[in-house]
Design a protein around this ligand. Sequence first.
Ligand SMILES: *Cc1c(COP(=O)(O)O)cnc(C)c1O
Length: 386
Amino acid sequence: MKRATQLIHHPGGTCEYTGAVSVPIYQVSTFAQDAVGANKGYDYSRSGNPTRAVLERYIASLEAGEHGFAFASGMAAISSCLALLKTGDHVIATAGLYGGTYRLLTRIYEDLGITTTFLDTGDLKATERAFTARTAAVFVETPSNPMMRITDLRALSDIAHRRGALLMVDNTFMSPWLQRPLEAGADLVIHSATKFLGGHSDLIVGLAACRDPDLAKRLGRIQNAVGAIPGPMDCWLLMRGMKTLGVRLERGQATAARIAEWLVRQEEVEQVLWPGAADLAGAEVHRRQADGPGAILSFRLREGLSGTALCNRTRVWTLAVSLGAVESIITLPARMTHLPYPPGEREALGIDDRLVRLSVGLEDPDDLVADLADALAGAREEEAAP
Ligand SMILES: *Cc1c(COP(=O)(O)O)cnc(C)c1O
């Protein structure tokens, strides 16, 4: 089945008892048992809920996995996956990844004795050199957020597996519509479903998928033991959003291409970072492992111009954290999503007050470009003002 069809006709998507074409919301915590130890497949909704179970099969099928897991948030998904590790283990992670993941690794897991080396995982030689006897996992975002560094998933999964480490990929930026890391050899794929999968800025949910039954058993145990699960209503709302993932992303991506092309021609813009730009380092690798450049791009204003001034002036673009929604979102990562990074480290990554991130939604492309043009003109005037 092709992906567009899979999004609509996913396993369990039609109720087998009534024919309802929308998954029933099992708003329930416990299930009556036939006898002690005998139930109909469910006993308590933390351990398993029929609505959540359909969502879990849905993400497994989209990611070409065998097992899916839903969590209360993207961070709950990431921390539950990292709970596969133990004290003394070492992690290699993409430098500049999502601020919340950086915070989790450096402030929570570090205290539990799990150390992390952050580096450009796109540099395979440097990544291989960073392995130690204790490296148990490699945690990757590709493209990375917001610098769009590209990591070769196939090559890195070979390296990780040769060293006996798991490859975990946060696939939030691409979604399974554009990139399926399990097909490239990753062991675990993780999502903040809050973003593209949900798509409407109306829920917080995390997802994960894998192929290996043993890994699935371990992650299922963590999911049940830690209990960071989403409620049935949010699972349902997420599935409603997922049905339109393909059309939303295709449209956002087409508009992103138009905006990238326009930004490159603006004298206020020093650099445009987008996987669809031929001059982006790793663009070739990205084209090989993904089906499109995606709907998120970053750009750097030329020296003297302030990203804050630009962001404060947009009217059509929503100034907010988050991404992957029907509304286009403008973000200043240095002061918003990447605040958990120490200032020095942030600057070293290139995340400064001139770097702006755009998540392109579904508005008319003309309005989005015109709004950016007005905001750029405003930022220029502010620069000229004494
Ligand atoms: C938003 C985001 C997260 C965290 O997800 P939540 O649903 O907000 O907990 C993790 N990774 C990436 C890349 C994100 O954009």
